[in-house]
Design a protein around this ligand. Structure first.
Ligand SMILES: *Cc1c(COP(=O)(O)O)cnc(C)c1O
Length: 663
């Protein structure tokens, strides 16, 4: 056992985190120091700066001093690395659970540090408390929002603190815990759900596993009372999955340990209630809520698109920045010739600026008068970059078939990162760049169609490309995208959306009117029906000549003559085991794309639709989202911040700020 006594007093917020290793009898404890980094989060013109506290893992100064003293200097230094590795790197997976030991250590590390910090602050801010702290008011003062299941170990950790350290009885501790936690689900893809092997928890966090078992016992007792003689319910709702290797279902733990559970768009919250967590919502319907995601209009309009932000302010005033619903005032001006002209001018300026950026940074030339058709997001099969890719090839074939026919010029921009271990995502990028190589260098195509793969897609690049976009692609298989937020950013920046009835697209269509988006494809019910019948990719291939031609080209190596089998894994997947049914939506997608091109030929009507879209984005401000969490989940009401006027003397402002701090 390593020494756990610090040699000198640590700076106050530094916390000790113990990762236990129970090997038969002797207990090995890995001690890690959590060092806080406070990141300021300034509010927008509200005299408030919140802090986000992030943690870094540090080896304590006495770490393995014994090894050092007996001369094993190398071992001692290597062990310091072991501790500090905990916060060295973020696992880059996208919607994929990889049950790695270091990942579990990371999740527990941040949870343990944060809860110790919360408890310390709760105790120090309680004035005139008796000998033993009363935790009665804990859930009134503390709200913990579990952002996905990644911090789920906070539930057994808080129980451990209450029961083992603070000596509360189990039932009191459990009631406080449930009232403190709420859980947000972010995906329904089964491969993304965290299910930690019991064996790993036993090795790393044995006491937490005991606590989870006790939570589960009481949970199952309750189910047995509510549904007598229903073994199937017990099996389906247990926190412990018994088939194959024993695992803890972390989503089940979060639902049981929380007073509120929510999805991130209406359609997603409904899927949770009727499908993934159906038994839980039947048992406790009052726990289940919706909180539709939002985006901040400060970053995603004012900062990234000042031209559009100022134009809107000229028409409806500046108040929309803090109350995005006010954008609906723009509806009065849909037919205003000056606004139509100015909106399209701002877009054109943004497109020219982005084209210049691409030319300078990547030495690629694009035509700013072509339609900018943009599909940027993490590369994933469910987001269906492949459907977009098939459309590009079909457009290419149409141009080559009738070079003299009218074609509305397009620049298709696809961008996004593939997780390093996701082979199919990397092959999708490879296909896009191969198709781009052929299309961009075909003299028959000329400037009608260009395909750009945008490397290193990240927020700073999103801020550049989104304001320059005409068409936003949001084409996931219905029922797979929980919400999406990229869709909202594009809508706010004056792009039109081609999309499926999935995630927040559904609410975007509701807010703007379905006739103001290019909605296509299967609905959630259609996908479910198809799963019942069985999806037969080959039948679409045989029936749709354009799809057949596109697939034959990819299969024959047309886009990679030097290595004709390069895309075999992609084509095999599309034909034989495509969980996301790309072919099933191909035909309707092509038709929707034709409508897009047709409207783009009429710039005035296009821009009027853009204005109707911008006017309908009020709901998608994160201000609305946060307000809903505050009132409906955390039970907190807004306070009047008494924002000082700019001419108020500095001393008065400071006094007011001090008074607020004490509250
Ligand atoms: C908003 C954003 C996303 C999320 O986009 P979706 O289309 O909702 O998947 C991903 N990456 C970056 C850089 C973003 O800004």
């Amino acid at each position: 056992m390593s020494c756990m006594c610090p040699l000198f007093r640590l700076p106050d917020p530094c916390l000790w985190v113990r990762l236990q290793r129970l090997y038969f009898l002797p207990v090995f404890v890995q001690v890690v120091l959590a060092m806080p980094y406070d990141t300021p989060i300034p509010g927008y013109m509200n005299n408030t700066v919140n802090t986000m506290r992030l943690w870094s893992a540090k080896a304590p100064n006495d770490f393995n001093l014994k090894d050092f003293n007996v001369g094993d200097y190398i071992e001692a230094v290597l062990d310091r690395n072991l501790a500090e590795n905990i916060s060295r790197v973020l696992y880059p997976n996208d919607n994929f659970f990889e049950g790695k030991e270091l990942r579990l250590k990371q999740e527990y590390f941040v949870v343990a540090a944060t809860l110790q910090d919360i408890i310390r602050r709760f105790k120090t801010t309680k004035k005139g408390s008796p000998e033993r702290t009363s935790f009665e008011s804990f859930p009134d003062k503390v709200a913990v929002q579990l952002n996905d299941t990644h911090p789920a170990m906070a539930i057994p950790e808080l129980m451990r603190i209450f029961v083992d350290i603070e000596k509360l009885d189990w039932d009191t501790a459990w009631s406080l815990t449930q009232r403190t936690f709420a859980y947000t689900n972010h995906t329904v893809l089964p491969e993304a759900l965290e299910r930690w092997p019991v064996e790993l928890l036993e090795k790393l966090l044995p006491r937490h596993l005991q606590i989870i078992y006790r939570i589960n016992q009481l949970h199952l007792d309750r189910i047995a009372t509510l549904y007598p003689e229903n073994m199937n319910k017990l099996r389906k709702m247990s926190l412990i999955e018994e088939d194959g290797c024993k695992r803890v279902n972390m989503a089940h733990l979060c639902i049981v340990g929380s007073h509120a559970v929510n999805g991130v768009a209406e359609i997603h919250s409904n899927i949770i209630k009727t499908d993934v967590f159906r038994d839980f919502s039947e048992m406790e319907p009052q726990k289940f809520q919706n909180k539709t995601n939002g985006i901040t209009p400060r970053r995603w309009l004012l900062l990234c698109n000042p031209g559009l932000a100022e134009l809107i302010a000229e028409v409806i005033g500046e108040d929309y920045v803090k109350d995005l619903y006010q954008l609906k005032k723009l509806l009065e001006f849909v037919d205003d010739a000056a606004l139509i002209r100015d909106i399209s001018r701002v877009k054109q300026d943004n497109k020219v600026k982005f084209a210049q950026y691409l030319e300078k940074e990547y030495r690629v030339k694009i035509n700013p008068s072509s339609m900018f058709d943009v599909h940027v997001k993490r590369i994933h099969e469910y987001k269906r970059q492949l459907l977009n890719c098939l459309h590009i090839i079909a457009m290419y074939n149409r141009i080559r078939m009738k070079p003299a026919a009218l074609f509305v010029p397009r620049t298709v921009i696809i961008g996004g990162k593939a997780a390093p271990g996701y082979h199919m995502a990397k092959m999708i990028i490879r296909l896009i760049t191969s198709v781009a190589e052929v299309v961009n260098n075909d003299p028959v195509v000329g400037s009608k169609l260009k395909v750009i793969f945008l490397e290193n897609y990240r927020v700073s690049l999103a801020e550049k490309v989104i304001p320059a976009t005409d068409l936003s692609q949001q084409i996931s298989t219905a029922g797979t995208e929980a919400s999406g937020t990229g869709n909202m950013k594009f809508m706010l920046n004056g792009a039109l959306t081609i999309g499926t009835m999935d995630g927040a697209n559904v609410e975007m269509a509701e807010e703007a009117g379905e006739e103001n988006l290019f909605i296509f494809g299967m609905r959630v019910q259609d996908v479910a029906d198809m799963d019942q019948k069985g999806y037969d990719a080959m039948s679409y291939y045989k029936r749709i000549p354009e799809l057949k031609q596109v697939m034959d080209q990819i299969t024959s190596g047309f886009f990679c003559p030097k290595n004709p089998d390069l895309f075999k894994d992609v084509t095999d997947m599309l034909f034989k085991y495509d969980r996301f049914k790309v072919f099933a939506d191909f035909e309707d997608y092509m038709k929707a794309q034709e409508k897009v091109s047709k409207l783009y030929q009429n710039p005035k009507e296009w821009t009027k639709m853009v204005i109707r879209n911008i006017a309908a984005t009020g709901k998608f401000s994160s201000d609305r989202t946060i307000k809903e969490y505050a009132t409906e989940v955390w039970g907190v009401q807004p306070t009047d911040l008494k924002i000082p006027s700019p001419n108020e003397p500095r001393e008065a402002v400071v006094e007011k700020a001090k008074a607020l701090r004490k509250m």
